[in-house]
Unconditional design. Structure first.
Length: 540
């Protein structure tokens, strides 16, 4: 796992239009017991560190109706017009024999089986049907496939929350958010595709991340809140001498409004595909996304899943957030530490080192610094090429795009004598690329006023006239000159607790004692904690 820096790309071509309604139907249980909740398929690698041999999909979750086997759910159609019915099914455990999931249309005494699939694993299986409105009820049935076992009690199963949507062309703009982990502002020089994209829109040349590592920065992105307000991240630092082991309590995002939920409430199909254990469901970052998945840490591992989801939801307006781990350390494999530094560095990250101890540990020859810079740039260039492929592929099925580019934090490459991120609030770590591209609607321009990078989510809602309860965005064409921006809550022991960046570019220090740690304390899954420990984020 790697803490993430992110780039957010969204493409849009017209704003202010009405969103085609999406109906979440009322569902009742005719047989069995049902409840609403999240259901997640997790492979053996859930929470694990990606390798070159890892399968593409680590985990996939959906908001769902969870019920017994056998069970039968009833949905009243209501709308006599032609609609698209969408759901997905899974067994929450691998069944000891095949299960059958059926969608049946009932019209009085007449029954018609519209879809029936056999399932013998715990993966998600999508179902999508075009209904002509001739029936007035749908039955969702699950049981063992063998007739002799059809009434036997089986495993708990899940139906992804069903939706009915119009077959007419969606009226709102599609949004693609591509988040890139650990991308320095200076790295844009190695990314010709992204650089060209940025030049076509409104670029904020002094955008700052709300934190110097992934979890609090991403929680700010989805909620519009600062780390001081939402509390997601790590707990307070123990008062121990530097260099000793420090127990790190991780805090998840509480139940707060998110921009994804606002998009979903407005009728959008919403999905989040990422590559980082710090973004798995224990963090609660996925609130508002109908589907969320983690794929392997490879530039091409998300492409097919993203394409399949995108094309299967072409009848709806779409919000797709794609996150990539490039160019986070390690660059090419688990042996990178030995390759570049001639020693293991994982134990160093576990210990609660001071900034000076970090500088001393990473005091290396210029040849090593040059080699790490070169390897970092190789990752950037590889990702840039893959992003061009993905954006071009997805754009073929959409005529209405917005593009936003956002990075949640950068990376120190010995700019101040040290390495990585989470330990410093230097510009190389917290000053990030941010741009909004909407050809024909937003002029190409550069804005130098300091802005908060995490305001991009609520800006999109305002730009598309989507009702929401998030804080107002400060990313208009003329950001308020008097606004200040904060970056706080470090991952590692840091000389300061954060910075306040003022409109004139000056900054003031935020002390550690000024910070509050009020996130939602959670029990991190064992597998996830093992990976956090391997990567140096916890010694627990």
């Amino acid at each position: 796992m790697k803490p993430c820096t992110l780039i957010l790309l969204c493409l849009l071509a017209s704003c202010g239009k009405d969103v085609a309604p999406i109906a979440t139907p009322t569902v009742g249980a005719e047989v069995g017991v049902m409840r609403y909740g999240a259901s997640e398929m997790a492979s053996q690698l859930y929470g694990g560190e990606s390798t070159s041999e890892s399968p593409n999909l680590f985990s996939m979750g959906r908001q769902a109706i969870i019920c017994d086997t056998p069970s039968r759910l009833l949905i009243k159609q209501g709308d006599p017009s032609e609609v698209v019915f969408t759901t997905a099914v899974r067994s929450t455990t691998t069944p000891n024999q095949a299960l059958t999931f059926s969608v049946v249309q009932r019209n009085g005494q007449d029954l018609e089986v519209l879809s029936s699939i056999a399932v013998n694993d715990n993966a998600w299986h999508p179902i999508q049907l075009t209904l002509d409105g001739s029936g007035n009820e749908l039955l969702l049935h699950a049981s063992y496939a063998m007739p002799s076992a059809a009434t036997d009690a089986g495993p708990e199963i899940a139906w992804a929350t069903p939706t009915f949507s119009s077959t007419q062309h969606p009226q709102q703009s599609d949004v693609i958010l591509i988040s890139i982990d650990t991308m320095r502002s200076s790295a844009l020089s190695q990314a010709p595709f992204l650089s060209k994209l940025i030049s076509q829109g409104r670029q904020y040349t002094n955008a700052y991340s709300p934190s110097n590592w992934t979890l609090p920065a991403f929680a700010s992105l989805v909620s519009g809140l600062t780390p001081q307000q939402h509390g997601a991240g790590r707990g307070a630092f123990a008062k121990i001498a530097g260099g000793q082991s420090d127990k790190r309590d991780f805090m998840s995002l509480g139940e707060v409004p998110t921009f994804a939920q606002a998009f979903s409430d407005a009728g959008y199909a919403t999905a989040f595909i990422h590559q980082n254990p710090f973004l798995e469901s224990w963090t609660n970052i996925q609130q508002g996304f109908e589907m969320y998945a983690r794929t392997a840490d490879r530039v091409d591992s998300s492409q097919q899943l993203a394409h399949d989801w995108w094309t299967s939801n072409s009848h709806r307006s779409r919000l797709l957030m794609l996150h990539f781990m490039e160019p986070h350390w390690p660059y090419s494999g688990a042996d990178d530490a030995q390759k570049f530094f001639g020693k293991d560095i994982s134990d160093f990250f576990v210990n609660d080192n001071t900034p000076q101890q970090r500088r001393d540990f990473f005091a290396v020859d210029e040849s090593v610094i040059d080699a790490v810079h070169s390897a970092y740039n190789v990752q950037i260039r590889a990702l840039d090429k893959q992003l061009e492929i993905i954006i071009n592929q997805l754009s073929k099925t959409s005529s209405d795009f917005i593009v936003v580019i956002h990075v949640d934090h950068g990376e120190e490459l010995w700019d101040q004598g040290s390495f990585e991120h989470g330990h410093s609030f230097a510009d190389c770590v917290i000053k990030v690329p941010l741009a909004i591209i909407h050809p024909g609607n937003i002029d190409a321009q550069q804005i130098s006023t300091p802005v908060a990078a995490h305001h991009i989510g609520n800006f999109l809602l305002e730009y598309l006239n989507i009702e929401n309860s998030l804080p107002p965005s400060a990313l208009g064409s003329n950001p308020a000159a008097e606004q200040t921006v904060t970056s706080t809550h470090p991952l590692y022991r840091c000389e300061i607790g954060g910075k306040t960046i003022h409109a004139d570019g000056s900054y003031s220090v935020i002390k550690h004692e000024q910070l509050e740690y009020n996130g939602q304390q959670i029990e991190v899954p064992v597998d996830v904690m093992a990976t956090l420990r391997q990567l140096g984020y916890s010694d627990d």
